[in-house]
Design a protein around this ligand. Structure first.
Ligand code: ADP
Ligand code: ZN
Length: 439
């Protein structure tokens, strides 16, 4: 049966009651973290705050922040708040090999995360009559597991396709009458194109909706995907540290994503000063988990820049809405859905004996990200044969793949040919900006 909400008691809760619930949960979560996570207790002690100082959400600003670096420093168990015996799962962020971020889940944590994804599936019109094709990657990446769990909870017939093998995706989509598609927006666009190439018209498939996220995409891209697949395309946002996809999701208005506020407390801060900003301001999104057991995070800085809004939504949900991420306050790139930091590229170059003189060029061609790195060759390589240079490029490419999880195209260029800058080096040329993508 088609429902309007998966958990109406929370999704439509009056705003003052949400605030009360958050106040209560925050007090408990801070106490729990203080008692069980030495790493965070030390941060609180250093700042001179005690759990008793936190009486509700208005005291949030007194608490110290957590950053991605803290997660790396505390890797793997330093932020775990319960015995490993109580945990049933780990997931890990995409493409940060070497310095991975791992998140632990108890069964209750998995349930909560899947509930959040189930809310997104229902908001996209999902019910037990639907066939939900999940082509986010399965494995350490949270995309597959999250939407899979959400789709199950709603009672959809779930197709655990994982990503890739487009031929098989299309065959299953057609033969099993998939009605909801879950994947990255670029993969959705690619599936749309492939269907067209094969001579299918949008009305030939049974799809009605898509739940697309994990990477930046534009309104134009939404229109294209909607047209090519004949569906309504919904955005979904999340990050592994906080649980995975489903931290926020779009409703039928398709104008901003509702944050699951009963589980995640959102604030906007000035990324330079760390000062909390009033609702409606553009700034960095910071999350505090409110009832996580294994990997609770207090004031975690996402580095995603966005704006929150409390305007009444026609769908009936009362949860605060966030805009799409409008950019990032660090140098992380998302290439083919994988998080890539320039520091990882530098580490590989240095390991392989190259000077860190390089330039990254990213673009999007036919809905797929291209990823090229120009690297200055060593003086000794300059006299190499073209064959010798190609072999060195291949070697470097394979080292990059091991570190990043994706394959860049490497171009060895003449020594000193990459322009030196007097200020901050221009390491990245992201041509996706020309498509209006907020990178
Ligand atoms: P994911 O599984 O969502 O890729 P990661 O933890 O690997 O999770 O990466 C999280 C980051 O991905 C977010 O901080 C954000 O920058 C980006 N992201 C996730 N969803 C979206 C979305 N819908 N639109 C834009 N960026 C997104
Ligand atoms: Zn809404």
């Amino acid at each position: 049966m088609q429902k309007t909400f998966f958990q109406p008691e929370f999704e439509t809760m009056p705003v003052d009651e949400i605030k009360k619930l958050q106040d209560e949960k925050l007090v408990k979560q801070v106490k729990y973290v203080y008692e069980n996570v030495k790493y965070y207790r030390d941060l609180m002690d250093k700042k001179g705050v005690k759990p008793e100082d936190i009486k509700g959400t208005e005291d949030l600003h007194k608490l110290p922040f957590l950053k991605k670096d803290d997660l790396r420093e505390a890797y793997p168990y330093g932020l775990l708040a319960t015995d490993v015996k109580n945990c049933v799962r780990i997931q890990s962020t995409s493409g940060t090999t070497g310095k991975r971020v791992v998140a632990f889940y108890t069964q209750n944590d998995v349930d909560m995360w899947e509930d959040c994804c189930a809310r997104a599936v229902v908001a996209a019109g999902g019910s037990n009559g639907d066939v939900c094709q999940v082509c986010y990657g399965y494995g350490l990446f949270t995309g597959g597991a999250g939407l899979h769990g959400g789709s199950h909870k709603v009672g959809c017939l779930t197709l655990p396709m994982s990503s890739g093998n487009t031929e098989r995706q299309i065959q299953f989509m057609m033969d099993l009458n998939s009605t909801i598609l879950c994947c990255t927006p670029s993969y959705a666009a690619y599936i749309g194109e492939t269907l067209k190439e094969k001579g299918y018209k949008p009305e030939d498939n049974k799809l009605k909706a898509g739940i697309f996220g994990a990477e930046p995409w534009t309104e134009e891209m939404r229109q294209d995907i909607q047209k090519s697949l004949g569906i309504k395309a919904y955005d979904i946002y999340g990050l592994t540290e906080i649980s995975g996809p489903g931290v926020a999701f779009e409703c039928e208005e398709q104008a901003g994503m509702h944050i699951n506020e009963d589980h995640f407390l959102a604030e906007i801060i000035d990324p330079e000063t760390g000062e909390s900003l009033p609702i409606g301001s553009k700034g960095e999104l910071v999350f505090t988990s409110l009832d996580k057991e294994a990997f609770p995070l207090i004031r975690y800085r996402t580095r995603d820049i966005c704006v929150l809004s409390r305007e009444k939504c026609s769908c009936g949900r009362t949860f605060v809405k966030m805009t799409k991420p409008l950019g990032r306050s660090d140098d992380m790139m998302i290439i083919r859905g994988v998080n890539v930091f320039p520091s990882q590229i530098e580490a590989v170059l240095i390991n392989c004996g190259y000077a860190p003189n390089y330039q990254i060029i990213v673009d999007r061609v036919n809905n797929t990200d291209t990823f090229d790195i120009n690297v200055e060759m060593k003086d000794t390589d300059f006299s190499d044969t073209p064959k010798g240079i190609t072999a060195k490029e291949k070697e470097l490419q394979s080292a990059m793949k091991t570190m990043l999880g994706i394959n860049p195209k490497i171009h060895l260029v003449a020594p000193k040919s990459i322009a030196r800058s007097e200020g901050k080096a221009v390491r990245l040329i992201d041509k996706r900006k020309r498509l209006g993508i907020n990178v």
